[in-house]
Design a protein around this ligand. Structure first.
Ligand code: S3P
Length: 449
């Protein structure tokens, strides 16, 4: 980043990456070895951007996510009056509005980012003014009623169009509620915490599965209080936030592509430094261990309430075994399921995924696209409404992959391509820049041919 970079110019460059349709050819690999440090966690970067935007004072973040999605969150808080700057050394500073966002002169563009649209709606619900949040074609198809309903119970005035964006928020005084989320969702939980933090009284959110807790931890890092019990989180209203300095841990959902790739090669040795190891996000490490990989956590420390450490993965000599991902596991692994399904044909006993219907309403219908692309590579797979069965012991061949403009599909099938016979063309490879612009370069650095 240059010193004179503004949020507009950085955002423009990130979006420009997405506008050029790119095809990437992935050749089979012999092995995967190396040490990587991943760009900052997307979930944490979004939350820090939003809270810093509202806080009093200047927050500084190192290793902020380089993805277009988090640039959308920064773009929104900038449009709402926060000052966003990049320092020469790559750090980002956000000077907040000290509790009162300004009325924006434009619509708030959330791009492809469901996190931005849902969590910003919660943050804005108690703010004076009228805010219109818009998104791209994919985001405009995604369900928004899940935030409108509980926020309306708190007194918010939110209008959708047939359950979808644009989300029009007319800020009003809110009152705390006690709400049980019908579908486990950290985005919904965080939206309600962001609204509850500004409401009258206490807001309690109950969830049947403990979803990622970055919202709770971020609010604490910014100096406010959140209480937790086994199955609920509560926040009292009228709390104020103070700016922080933080290093953002490497994104474990981005690391998942390399962890799964390394798990496919018996001679592999992958070390990931500075990786986010929040227990609500690290379930993939347990699943890879259950599949036979050796996963070692070499060190672990807490920074700004989040765990960060070094992980080493070695694949099993006899190949991966098999497993079922269902129930709470499916919710906790929701972003990692496409890549797990993509490596499943190479396991000995296959991978079965259930209770993952939410995959159908992500950036794409991820169940349908995983099935389509596995078929294209010659794999057998059975599709279910809430998951899929991928038998093990299969040989795949290179194919043309339809990413459907979905970053995680493009990256998941780049990993499957490493063990296929022949070359694979990833169509819509530019979508990786939504979360992880460095993905293809990093993959080339660790793949041995
Ligand atoms: C996220 C929560 C998950 C996840 C998404 C990021 C978050 O979505 O799929 O990539 O940062 O809270 P849901 O809340 O819809 O499950």
């Amino acid at each position: 980043m240059r010193r004179d970079d503004t949020i507009e110019s950085v955002r423009f460059r990130r979006l420009a990456l997405l506008e050029t349709a790119t095809e990437k050819i992935i050749k089979p690999a012999r092995n995967l070895t190396g040490t990587l440090r991943l760009p900052g966690d997307k979930s944490i970067s979004h939350r820090y951007a939003m809270l810093a935007g509202l806080a009093e004072g200047a927050s500084t973040f190192s290793n902020f996510s380089t993805g277009a999605d988090c640039a959308s969150s920064l773009g929104c808080v900038a449009a709402l009056g926060a000052k966003v700057e990049w320092l020469e050394d790559g750090r980002v500073t956000v000077t907040g509005v000290a509790n009162s966002f300004h009325q924006p002169t434009t619509h708030l563009d959330c791009g492809n980012s469901g996190s931005t649209m849902r969590m910003m709606s919660g943050l804005l619900a108690a703010q004076a003014g009228e805010f219109t949040l818009v998104g791209d074609a994919s985001l405009s198809r995604r369900p928004m009623e899940r935030i409108r309903k509980p926020l309306a119970e708190m007194g918010a005035q939110i209008t959708l169009t047939e359950g979808h964006a644009p989300v029009v928020v007319r800020g009003s005084a809110l009152t705390g509620i006690d709400y049980t989320t019908p579908i486990p969702s950290a985005q919904v939980k965080t939206a309600l915490l962001f609204a509850g933090m500004q409401a009258e009284g206490t807001t309690t959110i109950r969830e049947s599965v403990r979803t990622r807790d970055h919202g709770e931890l971020a609010i604490r890092a910014f100096g406010a209080t959140v209480e937790r019990t086994l199955d609920s989180v509560s926040i009292t209203g009228k709390q104020k936030l103070k700016a922080i300095e933080a290093e953002i841990p490497g994104d474990i959902s981005s690391a998942a592509f390399f962890l799964c790739a390394a798990a496919l090669f018996p001679e592999s040795n992958l070390v990931l430094d500075g990786l986010g190891l929040n227990p609500t996000r690290a379930t993939l490490l347990d699943v890879l261990t259950a599949l036979g990989a050796t996963v070692a956590v070499l060190n672990l420390e807490e920074k700004n309430t989040e765990l960060i450490g070094t992980v080493q993965l070695n694949a099993p000599a006899k190949g991966l075994g098999g497993t079922t991902v269902s129930g709470a596991l499916a919710a906790q692994l929701i972003d990692e399921l496409p890549v797990l399904a993509a490596i499943a044909p190479y396991s000995r006993n296959g991978i079965r995924i259930r209770d993952a219907k939410e995959l159908r309403v992500k950036e794409s219908d991820r169940i349908a696209l995983v099935v389509k692309n596995l078929h294209a590579m010659g794999a057998e797979v059975e599709e279910f409404e809430d998951g899929l069965d991928v038998p093990g012991g299969q040989r795949l061949h290179g194919a043309q992959i339809d990413s459907g403009g979905d970053h995680r599909i493009a990256m998941a099938f780049s990993v499957a391509a490493l063990r296929a016979e022949g070359e694979t063309a990833i169509l819509g490879a530019e979508s990786a820049a939504i979360s992880f612009p460095e993905f293809f370069d990093m993959l080339e650095n660790v793949a041995e041919r």
